[in-house]
Ligand binder design. Structure first.
Ligand code: FEO
Length: 387
């Protein structure tokens, strides 16, 4: 792969991970990229690195543009290993480079790697470093995604190097947001936000406010396509997602043993249909939790169903609720449903997950063994009356 010049003397030199399918449980069906950028100026600067297994490919790409020994700065926007995994080797092969990073990242680097021989200069919000014709300005954005994160802004080129923010797990031969379907890119950006960024939405609101003072013509994230045309679209989405704006929408998700819980799921769907809600219907036997959570991002209702299984609930539902517990922030309404034979413990278990996730239970339906048609109509009618 050749380095890609994204602006005069600024190159994209990262790598594409076409076949990664599991990003700590997040199903990355379209792979990912670990983007890094090289600025050729009086002080040649590398912004971020890549996941360790791709280090040689990465260094080879940089070498197509410049001798590694000429690089004077390595900006480390984030320590998570998809961006810093190559740092130990990079710092060996770039003998004249100083790392520019936050104080929090300096500590985290030391907890990941032997940094004894690294030259590190810490920066904070508002600090600027001149690299020649250009200045790099830093904006710390703690918890978007780790405590160490920062954004790097180049005012002369009006480029924001945003690291995880505005990213998508999407590998493609295309590199810019106007080279692929915008719907596809935004769908992947939404999935990325829901699965990674959602718990830190209040910090995203703060970061967006600070970034709004900048004149930005390009956002160069560390994952996926570079935003050069559709900036208003992605900024509008981030505003909506970070403010936890909800649509008139329900997510119905369940697993079932002998179809009783499934029948109740359909009865619940009918209630939302009657009240003109849009809805998504997920049987966990054939759906992945990272797709379910993507739809939860802007849903008003999350409806979860499981039968009792061995004094507990279906493992697939427990795994999903654990995932939701870590990601959902606030303000969702919930419906619980399921079936049982002799121990109605499913509701107790699921209620605990809802309580710990801050989801308000507005209705619950638990049926002994198999629901009759009459019972299903009753559930539909009762739930519809509560919507
Ligand atoms: Fe792409 Fe938080 O790492």
């Amino acid at each position: 792969m050749k380095p890609l010049e994204i602006a005069k003397d600024i190159y994209s030199v990262g790598v594409k991970d076409w076949n990664v399918r599991n990003f700590h449980g997040y199903l990355t069906q379209k792979g990912s990229t670990y983007n890094a950028y090289l600025i050729i100026d009086e002080k040649i600067t590398l912004i971020d690195t890549v996941k360790a297994p791709f280090c040689e490919e990465f260094l080879e790409r940089i070498s197509q543009v410049v001798d590694l020994s000429k690089i004077e700065y390595v900006v480390s926007n984030h320590v998570e290993m998809d961006h810093s995994g190559s740092m130990p080797e990079v710092m060996k092969r770039l003998p004249n480079a100083t790392v520019l990073t936050t104080a929090a990242a300096e500590k985290e680097h030391k907890l990941h790697y032997d940094t004894t021989n690294w030259k590190i200069q810490t920066v904070k919000t508002g600090d600027s470093v001149s690299i020649g014709k250009r200045t790099l300005t830093f904006l710390t954005t703690p918890m978007v995604h780790w405590p160490d994160n920062m954004l790097t802004y180049c005012p002369e080129d009006k480029i924001l190097f945003s690291n995880d923010a505005f990213g998508q797990h999407l590998a493609s031969s295309e590199n810019f947001d106007d080279e692929l379907s915008l719907d596809l890119i935004l769908a992947e950006a939404k999935k990325y936000y829901a699965n990674i960024v959602m718990p830190y939405s209040s910090q995203v609101v703060t970061a967006l406010k600070a970034a709004s003072a900048l004149d930005i013509k390009m956002i160069a994230p560390a994952h996926g396509l570079i935003w050069r045309t559709n900036l208003p679209a992605i900024l509008e989405c981030y505003t909506k997602w970070s403010n936890q704006e909800k649509e008139k929408k329900a997510v119905i998700v369940f697993d079932s043993m002998w179809h009783s819980t499934e029948k109740i799921a359909y009865a619940i769907r009918n209630a939302f249909e009657q009240k003109d809600y849009s809805f998504k219907f997920y049987d966990l036997k054939s759906n992945h939790v990272s797709d379910v959570i993507t739809d939860c991002l802007d849903a008003e209702y999350i409806c979860v169903g499981s039968p009792t299984l061995n004094k507990n609930i279906m493992p697939s539902v427990a795994a999903m609720m654990t995932y939701i517990q870590g990601l959902i922030c606030k303000g969702k309404k919930g419906v619980l449903f399921g079936s049982y034979g002799w121990a109605p413990l499913n509701m107790k278990v699921m209620q605990r997950y809802f309580d710990e996730s801050g989801i308000e239970t507005v209705a619950s339906y638990n049926v002994n063994f198999v629901p009759t048609e009459e019972k299903l109509k009753e559930i539909t009618s009762d739930l519809a009356s509560k919507l």
